[in-house]
Design a protein around this ligand. Structure first.
Ligand code: SAM
Length: 236
């Protein structure tokens, strides 16, 4: 059944407005007819069965018991602004993989300016919402930021991928640590500066290598998250 996330609480017996886009998708793309059922999710991730109504509305029928598809540990991913539409891809894929939140931060060697960020964050939030509906998650991961690296460091400790780390690999770190809530960070296209790595380390963050090859910034973010999800059993 198709899933739609609503901004307002869902109460059995009440009607809820679909956005024009949601209504277009259900009626024109999926060709659903009036009276057909779909799943509505509220902001807390609770699921309800709804019935498609006239004039782009849905009637909330009853709560739906469903398997919890959220990982049982929370992973927040800190990423810098990236060129072009690369962050669109990172947001979409990280939501599919089970990220809990996506947090943007300012990096010295980021090549993208921070202008017009509000509009961009709104776009990434929409991508996160659509990915949540598509991959059958219950909760929409928020996209927040932009944080300074000092703020990131203070939010830790966490784990950051550093291309200059020679001694400790991600696999070894994951094998040595039990499943837990975790902050992950990957660097910008230009890499993390040594002072940035020091700032993180001084705040208790651990640097890890992702192997001998240098991954593109967007690949590194998704590869690191995938490894964590796989190692701690969130990928089947
Ligand atoms: N400009 C850097 C260079 O040429 O060495 C590469 C930066 S890389 C494109 C972007 C980010 O991905 C890095 O800051 C790091 O967080 C992560 N990354 C990529 N490959 C990595 C690796 N093999 N080990 C650890 N981190 C890696």
């Amino acid at each position: 059944m198709h899933r739609v996330v609503f901004a307002r609480p869902l109460v059995p017996g009440s009607k809820v407005e679909l956005t024009r886009e949601q209504s277009h998708y259900l009626v024109n793309v999926l060709r659903m007819k009036e009276g057909e059922q779909f799943i509505g999710l509220d902001q807390e991730g609770k699921a309800f069965v709804l019935c498609l109504d006239t004039n782009g509305k849905g009637t909330v029928l009853f709560p739906r018991a469903e398997a919890d598809n959220e990982p049982d540990f929370a992973v927040s991913l800190y990423v810098p602004l990236l060129k072009g539409d690369k962050l669109d891809w990172v947001v979409q894929k990280s939501v599919e993989l089970g990220v809990s939140s996506i947090r943007l931060y300012s990096a010295q060697r980021a090549v993208v300016k921070e202008g017009n960020l509000e509009k961009k964050i709104a776009r990434w939030e929409k991508i996160a919402l659509e990915a949540t509906e598509q991959c059958r998650r219950q909760k929409v991961p928020p996209v927040r930021g932009i944080y300074t690296l000092e703020e990131v460091a203070a939010a830790g400790p966490g784990l950051f991928a550093w291309e200059e780390e020679a001694n400790r690999g991600l696999q070894g770190w994951l094998q040595a640590h039990p499943k837990q809530n975790l902050l992950l960070l990957t660097g910008p296209e230009g890499g993390l500066a040594a002072q940035e790595a020091t700032l993180l380390k001084d705040a208790g963050w651990s640097a890890v290598s992702l192997g001998p090859r240098i991954l593109r910034a967007e690949t590194a973010a998704i590869a690191m998250l995938t490894c964590v999800m796989f190692a701690w059993g969130a990928m089947g």
